[in-house]
Design a protein around this ligand. Structure first.
Ligand code: B1M
Length: 219
């Protein structure tokens, strides 16, 4: 069982989607996340173990390497693709309540801002970390974030911004969430942000990269 889960982790880390996938070249012809997750479930390995000891381990490794500049955006995208292939087999288990997410993470790019590449990467890595992700997209108003939290009680919230002109909208969103949904944990991120700015707007956390968001959620 441990071997199979480790193989699944490697597929995620290396972005090996399925047997037919030519990427990465050194794994050509070998089973990918698609086949291995199916095998694991067929062998009776618990869906929570497939997720927690296989898929998320791989995503954690690639996320960490990304933080260390050892791999780059395309590597993360391939890892996310492999993750999706594996997760497709786990979907019925989540729907039936047999497998469980660690919690819910609501994420979006703040009002006025249309940049979503970084936000999407954070969403993928957090999902790969075992969280249910509610992605509100771009140009998201404070009220829309609040509505999503009301719909998903206990959810943590992630705000992304890429413009110096829109990062200021984070303050309004954090304030509304803290007033109307007390106890909601909020993390902010995006290229122009700093930890000092996060503190100033009242956020609970800041991360320069997706892996930091995982660490924040785990804390
Ligand atoms: Co725009 N843009 N853009 N842009 N754009 C920047 C950000 C800019 C720095 C370019 C420049 O002038 N050098 C500049 C901002 C300047 C400033 O504010 N000081 C800029 C501008 C000015 C604009 C427009 C105003 C241009 C115009 O129309 N005059 C306009 C604004 C539109 C709007 O939003 N209202 C605009 C538009 C666009 C495009 C639509 C063309 C396109 C976006 C496409 C898309 O996202 N779907 C675009 C792009 C691509 C860029 C650059 C080139 C790349 C941004 C990016 O995707 N980076 C950017 C210049 C640059 O960075 N070189 C630029 C890659 C991505 C992986 O990084 O988003 O930083 P990033 O995400 C990282 C981390 O920040 C972190 O994790 C990610 C992975 O490591 N992170 C989080 C992000 N969110 C997080 C949340 C977290 C935690 C971590 O927790 C919740």
């Amino acid at each position: 069982m441990a071997d199979l889960l480790e193989q699944i982790a490697i597929c995620i880390e290396r972005g090996k989607v399925n047997k037919n996938s030519p990427y990465p070249p050194d794994l050509k012809g070998q089973d990918g996340a698609d086949e291995l997750v199916k095998q694991a479930l067929d062998q009776g390995i618990a869906p929570d173990d497939v997720l927690g000891k296989g898929l998320t381990v791989g995503m954690g490794r690639v996320g960490q390497k990304f933080s260390e500049n050892k791999v780059f955006v395309p590597d993360l995208l391939m890892a996310a693709k492999a993750m999706s292939a594996g997760m497709a087999h786990l979907k019925p288990a989540f729907e039936s309540g047999q497998a469980h997410h660690k919690g819910t993470f609501v994420i979006g790019t703040v009002q006025g801002d249309l940049h979503d590449i970084g936000k999407n990467l954070v969403a993928m890595v957090v999902e790969g970390g075992g969280w249910k992700v509610v992605d509100l997209g771009v140009d998201v108003s404070a009220e829309k974030f609040l509505a999503a939290v009301k719909k998903n009680p206990g959810a943590a919230v992630g705000l992304s911004a890429l413009l110096t002109t829109t990062m200021v909208n984070m303050e309004k969103t954090v304030r509304l969430l803290k007033e109307q949904a007390p106890g909601t944990r909020v993390i902010v991120g995006g290229a122009p942000l700093t930890a000092e700015f996060a503190k100033k707007v009242g956020a609970d956390g800041y991360s320069p990269d997706p892996q930091g968001a995982i660490k924040f959620l785990a804390a």
